[in-house]
Design a protein around this ligand. Structure first.
Ligand code: GLA
Length: 390
């Protein structure tokens, strides 16, 4: 998106003539290559930041008001609140994300000296599982950091973003999304240990291939999905295993250790939930190894296994995602495909031979429409940097 155009839109919305003191930022969305529902289980994830995301234009005010406007929710108009009263308000809709972030930054850094006007415009399909909410949280956090020269440690900001989601919005999500958005690096995946927050950047050597993001257009919203339920099922399974095993999280177990002890979990459903967490974690480690070795075939197979595990053991895919992924698997040139993100709708990813991208999109699009009745959207992913001033 063009910076000057964004600034003009900002000026129009807030009736501000001068462009001095106006700053522009970009915060990406994320895709997760593999490692799904492992973050809150103390395991590994392998996400990347993408070049679709959320733009923000801001200018300081002289009072303590904050005025925010999103082009994506233009019908809500300008939403206004005070730095001194930052309570969750369902009617305030999207602006609860920036509001929550301002609140927690103030709680950790002390009261901010002044309010600001913020114009937001995003090109991530919202509710598509590409972390539009984490994108907005980190956008706000980095804006505050730069505007007030707070010199915040980026990982601390990532943790505050997660706190907004957990404590302000009420979704019990893990650290992956805010980390991927805040720490992204161009053309790299991030291999993150969600227990210790140790991480490494893994260059994505996928020459001759493209990552295709496929939006099922089945909307998902974490707040009303079964996300929290899956998390508590994993906690129940962990407690049962802890009767005998000295472990902190499901991420501490190898596949063999899990198999040897799985009879501690009598309930078949709970056992399958835990199995997904343990095996997905091990797949994520193997995926990093195959990326480093340039073995894309092995990487693709792990993506496929990950989808099957989410479908049968974690039960978070649904007919839309399964249709998309099965259609993707059937195409010549597909190296691997899986649902990405929290589940219950959202997006799938496919790693596809770059010469087959057009035929892939055509065939998968047709099959999806025929079976589901509405269209899927396709995006060729570019892997970009984390949240920054532009
Ligand atoms: C959502 C959550 C993440 C993670 C994924 C599933 O995106 O916000 O913390 O749990 O689902 O991997």
């Amino acid at each position: 998106m063009e910076k000057n155009k964004l600034i003009k839109e900002f000026q129009q919305v807030f009736s501000i003539e001068a462009s001095e003191g106006v700053h522009t930022f970009f915060s990406p969305g994320r895709i997760n290559l593999i490692g799904e529902h492992t973050d809150y289980n103390g395991g590994y994830v392998l996400p990347c930041a993408i070049t679709y995301g959320t733009y923000g234009v801001v200018k300081l005010r002289e009072d303590r008001r904050v005025r925010v406007y999103s082009k994506n929710f233009a019908d809500k108009g300008i939403i206004e609140f005070s730095l001194d009263l930052l309570e969750f308000n369902a009617e305030d809709n999207w602006s609860n994300y920036p509001k929550g972030m301002i609140r927690y930054v103030q709680e950790s850094q002390g009261s901010l000296p002044a309010g600001f006007d913020m114009y937001v415009s995003g090109n991530l399909p919202n509710g598509a599982g590409l972390s539009s909410s984490a994108s907005l949280e980190m956008l706000t956090g980095v804006i505050l950091d730069e505007l007030f020269d707070l010199k915040l440690n980026r990982i601390e900001l990532v943790k505050l973003g997660q706190k907004v989601e957990n404590d302000f919005i009420g979704v019990n999500s893990g650290i992956m999304d805010q980390f991927a958005v805040g720490m992204g690096k161009v053309n790299c995946g991030m291999f993150l240990d969600c227990q210790t927050l140790e991480y490494e950047y893994a260059p994505l050597d996928i020459d001759g291939h493209k990552i295709i993001i496929i939006n099922s257009n089945k909307r998902r919203e974490l707040a009303d999905s079964k996300y929290n339920q899956r998390r508590s099922e994993c906690e129940q399974a962990l407690e049962l295993l802890q009767r005998k095993l000295d472990i902190q999280s499901l991420g501490d177990l190898t596949e063999a250790e899990f198999e040897a002890n799985s009879s501690l979990i009598e309930d078949d459903m709970l056992k399958r939930r835990a199995k997904h967490a343990v095996f997905e974690n091990s797949r994520t480690k193997r995926a990093l190894k195959s990326l480093k070795e340039g073995d894309l075939g092995a990487f693709g197979n792990l993506m496929n296994e990950s989808h099957l595990s989410m479908r049968h053991d974690y039960e978070i895919t649904g007919i839309e995602m399964d249709t998309l992924v099965e259609a993707a698997w059937a195409q010549a040139g597909t190296v691997g495909a899986r649902m990405t993100g929290g589940g219950f709708g959202g997006c799938a990813l496919a790693l596809v031979d770059e010469n087959k991208v057009d035929s892939f999109i055509k065939a998968v699009g047709e099959q999806y429409k025929q079976k589901i009745g509405y269209e899927a959207n396709f995006y060729v992913a570019s892997i970009g940097d984390g949240t920054k001033q532009i």
